[in-house]
Design a protein around this ligand. Structure first.
Ligand code: ATP
Ligand code: MG
Length: 340
């Protein structure tokens, strides 16, 4: 969506906790890089309508109009009967695939320097369907919901994505050995979908085995696109983040049929909120994914390079999570210096 001045309008949800600080850093860096984007700030303070957590109408309108949003982390209000806001957004805009790339940062040393994975997480069901109840006191039941429809669309997305980035293998991660029906359906659907993509090889691996192999040697996972049900994707993507230096570094994209929302993998980090300690890299790299999605690759690459150069420039310019001493705003200024 472009306005009269030729700028793209993008919805911005600043988020809670460190969301405020890291969104500010992104806005400053975008202004300095002269990215042709105008932000439309959205208030997503939830309300309960008929017992359902609901996003304010103006925010829904903004995102449906602009089709692209950048989002900081949202905390779920505790004790008011609200569902997770992140789940509500995914449900409202039907964001069925969560794409989480994870790549070693040159200039920040970790035990492995060759991590380069792409994980696609089913984003709408599984253990996150929100169906839980107490059978009798001391006995609860939680429903893991898997449908062919949701499995099929995320699997198709994974095969399409593999094709678009020239990878010829899709790795389906599951636990169908134990969850024979639910993960079994996901696996069976993958075998069906794979027939539509004869140029791509489909492989299967048990989630526990993937965890073991990935922390032993992440390099072989560079050659595949991984796709998996919701909870496994949540856990395995945090594991991957840990391999490259933590949650402050990993971006993500929530993709739907129309709308896409780009957000950092991490949460609102209340322990460090408001102290100027947060690392804005994850949100910045999410915004770089957004720029590429919008066809603004040159701006994306410029910002990405400036971010990595800043991290590589030493501890004085790195935030505390990367064993540095820089504040969020100092880091942002150093990125701006390196945009040229
Ligand atoms: P939420 O309930 O919103 O998920 P959380 O307490 O689980 O919040 P996360 O953001 O998921 O917090 O991250 C866990 C910890 O990792 C944080 O408490 C924080 O110390 C650290 N962390 C996460 N993101 C960042 C960041 N961008 N910069 C620095 N540290 C971070
Ligand atoms: Mg968390």
């Amino acid at each position: 969506q472009k306005n009269a001045k030729g700028n793209y309008i993008v919805s911005m949800i600043e988020g809670d906790g460190i969301g405020i600080e890291i969104s500010k850093a992104v806005k400053e860096i975008y202004a300095a890089a002269k990215v042709p984007i105008e932000w439309e700030d959205c208030d997503v303070t939830p309300s309960l309508i008929n017992g359902r957590t609901t996003i304010p109408e103006p925010a829904v309108k903004s995102i449906n109009k602009n089709l692209v949003a950048l989002k900081g982390p949202l905390a779920t209000p505790v004790g008011k009967g609200h569902q997770s806001m992140n789940l509500t957004l995914r449900r409202t805009f039907n964001l069925f695939a969560n794409v989480r790339p994870c790549k070693s940062v040159v200039g920040y040393k970790t035990p492995y320097d060759d991590v380069n994975t792409i994980l696609i997480r089913e984003n709408t069901e599984g253990e996150y369907s929100g169906i839980e109840h107490t059978v009798v006191p001391g006995v609860v039941q939680s429903i893991k919901l898997i449908t062919r429809e949701a499995s099929e669309r995320v699997l198709k997305y994974a095969f399409e994505h593999a094709r678009s980035i020239n990878k010829d293998r899709v790795l389906v991660v599951h636990k169908a050995s134990i969850m024979k029906k639910s993960d079994g359906l996901f696996v069976d659907t993958a075998k069906e979908v794979a027939k539509l993509y004869p140029d791509i090889k489909v492989e299967f691996e048990l989630i526990d085995n993937t965890c073991l192999k990935m922390v032993t040697d992440p390099a072989p996972y560079e050659d595949v696109v991984m796709v998996m049900p919701n909870l496994y994707g949540d856990i395995l993507s945090d594991l991957s983040s840990g391999l490259i230096g933590g949650l402050g570094l990993t971006p993500s994209a929530n993709m739907g049929d129309h709308v896409s929302i780009f957000e950092a993998v991490h949460g609102s980090a209340p322990d460090i909120a408001g102290k100027g300690l947060a690392n804005p890299t994850a949100l910045l790299l999410s915004s770089v994914m957004m720029l590429r999605h919008m066809g603004l690759d040159s701006y994306g690459s410029k910002i990405e390079k400036a971010v990595f150069d800043t991290i590589a420039s030493g501890t004085a310019n790195r935030t505390r999570d990367l064993k540095g001493s820089a504040s969020t705003s100092h880091f942002a200024q150093e990125v701006i210096k390196r945009l040229a």
